[in-house]
Design a protein around this ligand. Structure first.
Ligand SMILES: [Zn+2]
Length: 676
């Protein structure tokens, strides 16, 4: 196929020229070319003295070439989806995953990296040592070094594990789908928003019934426990939600996850043992910034120790507001009422003060003040949709650092949520001159008529968050893509730059830069901002305790597993709750049976990461509170030791280089209003 835009080797992707029929051809051609070239390289390497760049750069180029093809496809599939594109994308997934498995299990490539690790340390770029270290680590974590019998067993265990994890998730979905609640009296649905009631009435009608037919999904659950005036309705929906896929779910007897949980934990434990780790938590931490199970446990217990009394007081305040002891299905309901009474602030009502162009110019000003970087629009850049804009970042010296596409508005063809994605990675050496390019994607409402797009403060926080990821990706000084930008950054540290930027969105000085009533230009009144800031910490200790409960349960169930006793699921959950929770859970609560974050994969023995990164971000931000919000020397240090290094060094050491000491929890507790 001639002129396939996905096969271009330089410049920005030609988004508007990419068609579904280009996808499979470009992907398969590139995978095949990569295989051939890797083979040639490995053959040439045998029996010769290895020079780092001569070996590693071609391999880095192969990955980046594939990224150049696949990243635009994956991006378009998320922001400009069509049935044809989705089909083309799905058709390539097996080939992409086969290639990744092949690379991850390539014995000769593993041996090559090992030989390079033993070779001379000179004439290598920054991050070279870490690149080898991470590559070798990942090979070993996937069992490449094992003797044949154990390797085969490891492969079987991993396959069974992914089947069991998928089964767990499927049971949660099927169990929820089996639940329904039919209500006919209008008095019982009082308080519920139209957004939930209307579809429920339509469902009842479609089933030939009067009233409302409720199904069990996250929005329904949240709306009912937060807004329904009828405590019995709240209890019914709560009970459905916390018994999904369990022995307590009489509505879905075939979907009890109890046996799958046992199986998943046993398989994970065996996999970790095969690789040489005492338990799965230790295996999971091998790729994290946290160094040991004890360190994570101590960290969570410290958060707990500081939050529990405040959490108790928050619950007491709520119960005295309600005038009675509260059940778990009452908490959200009375919290909402108490919040209204205390702060009477509606995020929606603030929209006129946050026109999107004003927020963005304020955000760009913040970046400029911190790092001396200018962000310039490049009109007319090819994109996938007419509202999309492209910006380039220019350093004080006039050097182009990178660029990013900004796609702000919701469309029916676009995935929901907000995110940063890597469009191109930094690849810089004697031959390659590629600067990093990012995508910043949100889902705001389109501007109507002459009125600019107006966003809530919450959405402003989101833009700041994603901009933190963008800066992390773009400001990297590391020239090897696999350890540049966000690549190679451990999972429990990757939210540091984003949560750090988020904090700025709450500072009066920054809100002043970012707000201005779209008609009058008047900045957000100081009193409104003050109550907005106060409302941010409403029940923050109760929220902290909830996160600590999840994280400690996740850590302990993986760290303390032993084959003789099995998972001890309910006992362990009860122990964690005794130690952490201040809200009492009913005996029939089976929260763990639908905890897809950890039993569906993803966050297993990693749930603590949320809080871990928050602590890093809060402590980094505290340095700016001490030195001045826009202190140039400090910002330079943050850039140099955190934003620029990508995954090229240990983040714990880098943090010490920036802060002069390791992070501790005080700053987060203080920022959350829990102590200090
Ligand atoms: Zn993030």
């Amino acid at each position: 196929m001639h002129n396939n835009p996905l096969l271009a080797t330089s410049g920005l992707p030609a988004f508007h020229r990419i068609l579904p029929e280009h996808v499979e051809h470009a992907v398969l051609t590139t995978l095949e070319a990569n295989r051939v070239e890797l083979e040639q390289l490995l053959a040439a390497a045998e029996g010769t003295d290895l020079e780092f760049d001569a070996m590693v750069l071609p391999i880095e180029r192969l990955s980046e070439r594939l990224h150049r093809v696949w990243s635009p496809v994956a991006h378009l599939q998320a922001v400009a989806n069509t049935p044809e594109l989705r089909a083309a994308y799905n058709a390539c997934l097996p080939a992409i995953s086969r290639y990744a498995t092949e690379m991850g299990h390539n014995q000769r490539l593993y041996a090559l990296y090992q030989r390079l690790g033993e070779g001379p340390q000179t004439a290598r770029g920054e991050g070279a040592g870490r690149l080898l270290e991470l590559a070798i680590r990942d090979f070993r974590l996937s069992g490449v070094h094992l003797p044949a019998g154990q390797k085969a067993r490891f492969k079987t265990v991993m396959e069974e594990l992914s089947t069991a994890e998928a089964g767990f998730e499927q049971n949660v979905l099927d169990s929820a789908a089996a639940w329904s609640l039919h209500i006919t009296e209008a008095s019982r649905v009082a308080g519920l928003p139209g957004l939930i009631l209307e579809p429920a009435a339509e469902r009842a009608l479609a089933a030939g019934a009067a009233g409302w037919l409720f199904e069990l999904d996250q929005p329904t659950y949240v709306a009912v426990v937060t807004h329904a005036d009828d405590p019995e309705l709240r209890q019914s929906v709560y009970r459905g939600w916390v018994t999904r896929a369990s022995d307590q779910a009489d509505y879905s007897p075939g979907q009890d996850n109890s046996a799958l949980i046992e199986q998943i934990l046993a398989l994970r434990h065996e996999a970790a043992n095969l690789i040489g780790y005492p338990n799965f938590a230790a295996y999971s931490l091998a790729t994290k910034m946290a160094t040991s199970v004890d360190e994570v446990r101590d960290f969570l217990i410290e958060l707990l120790r500081h939050s529990r009394d405040t959490g108790r007081r928050e619950l007491q305040e709520l119960e005295s507001f309600a005038g009675r002891p509260l059940e778990p299905w009452d908490i959200a309901y009375y919290s909402e009422k108490l919040r209204d009474e205390k702060y009477s602030i509606s995020d929606e009502a603030l929209r006129p003060y946050f026109p999107l162009p004003k927020v963005m110019s304020g955000l760009f000003r913040v970046v400029e003040k911190l790092y001396g970087i200018r962000i310039q629009p490049v009109p007319g850049t090819d994109a996938w949709e007419s509202h999309v804009e492209f910006y380039r970042l220019v350093d004080v010296s006039g050097r182009e650092v990178g660029g990013f596409f900004m796609d702000f508005y919701a469309r029916s063809t676009k995935r929901s949520g907000a995110w940063m994605d890597q469009c191109l990675n930094r690849l810089w050496n004697a031959t390659d001159r590629q600067v990093p390019i990012a995508h910043l994607v949100c889902n705001f409402s389109l501007p109507a008529g002459d009125t600019p797009a107006l966003i809530t403060h919450d959405e402003m926080v989101t833009v700041f968050h994603e901009m933190g990821h963008v800066l992390h990706h773009l400001l990297t000084r590391i020239d090897y893509p696999s350890v540049g930008g966000i690549n190679g950054v451990p999972w429990d540290a990757v939210e540091l730059p984003s949560q750090f930027m988020e904090t700025f969105a709450w500072e009066p000085e920054v809100v002043a830069l970012c707000s201005g009533h779209y008609r009058t230009g008047e900045p957000l009144p100081a009193t409104v901002l003050a109550s907005l800031r106060a409302s941010k910490n409403f029940q923050s200790a109760l929220q902290m305790l909830r996160q600590v409960e999840f994280a400690l349960f996740d850590l302990r169930i993986h760290a303390e597993y032993n084959p003789a006793d099995g998972a001890r699921l309910m006992d362990l959950l009860a122990e964690v709750r005794d130690a952490v929770a201040v809200v009492r859970h009913p005996e029939w609560n089976r929260f763990a049976h639908a905890f897809t974050h950890i039993f569906g994969g993803g966050y297993a023995a990693g749930y603590y990461s949320y809080k871990w990164a928050e602590v890093l971000a809060a402590d980094a931000f505290a340095a700016f509170e001490e030195a001045g919000l826009f202190d140039a020397d400090l910002a330079q240090r943050f850039r140099q030791h955190v934003l620029e290094i990508g995954g090229s060094r240990d983040i714990g050491e880098a943090f010490v280089a920036f802060r002069g000491r390791p992070a501790h929890v005080d700053a987060l507790l203080k920022q959350s209003g829990i102590s200090g």
